[in-house]
Write a protein that binds this ligand. Structure first.
Ligand SMILES: [Cu+2]
Length: 200
């Protein structure tokens, strides 16, 4: 791991060194976790030991033809003692990724933007179960079933996590859970091949 050099142009007093160390520690933690983020599952780097990593599983996108907005779904597990709050998401493959929730009001189903999605301590939140989804719009590249799209989840505490979302056909459900694959200490998920069984 590369350790940034302290600036030599001016003397670094003890206070400055403390500040620099404080800034570097979470950076180092991010670097350490980065190797696990490429697979479908991943973890959020702990912020200086204050929170345990969030686990992401069954990340997938329900593809629709004609560049219609696509719904994205995940299962988030918070193993920590504090709630974590998802506040936004982004993807290099889409111009816009919004947090949405489907509601049924007066017998009519509609979806509304949401500003945050909380995951309680020691809880698992399956997006689909609560009507939550990512609304992915304005694709920047051709996206088709069988593809994998990176989506970065941004949390209220400043942490973020990039997971690979499997693009599936409109009539497909969530991909099967990967068992223990998302557990810390088992980062050796292969670079995901197309396992969706599509013939696209
Ligand atoms: Cu929506």
């Amino acid at each position: 791991m590369m350790i940034p050099q302290l600036p030599l142009a001016r003397p670094a007093g003890p206070r400055l060194i403390v500040l620099l160390l404080g800034a570097l520690l979470p950076f180092g933690a991010l670097l350490g976790a980065a190797t696990t983020l490429a697979a479908e599952t991943g973890t959020v780097a702990p912020a200086a030991g204050t929170a345990e990593p969030v686990r992401v599983q069954q990340a997938w996108i329900r593809w629709l033809p004609a560049n219609l907005p696509a719904g994205g779904y995940v299962t988030l597990t918070n193993p920590g003692d504090r709630a974590v709050t998802l506040v936004s998401a982004s993807s290099p493959d889409y111009g816009s990724v919004a947090l949405h929730r489907s509601l049924t009001q007066n017998g009519t189903s509609r979806m509304v933007p949401v500003a945050r999605i909380d995951v309680a301590p020691h809880a698992t939140l399956n997006f689909a179960s609560f009507g939550y989804h990512f609304m992915l719009m304005q694709p920047r590249v051709p996206v088709a079933p069988g593809d994998h799209v990176p989506v970065t989840l941004h949390f209220a505490d400043g942490r973020s996590l990039t997971a690979s979302f499997e693009v599936r056909k409109p009539d497909a459900g969530a991909p099967p859970a990967k068992g223990m694959a998302g557990m810390p200490g088992m980062p050796n998920m292969p670079n995901m091949p197309n396992t969706a069984g599509t013939s696209h």
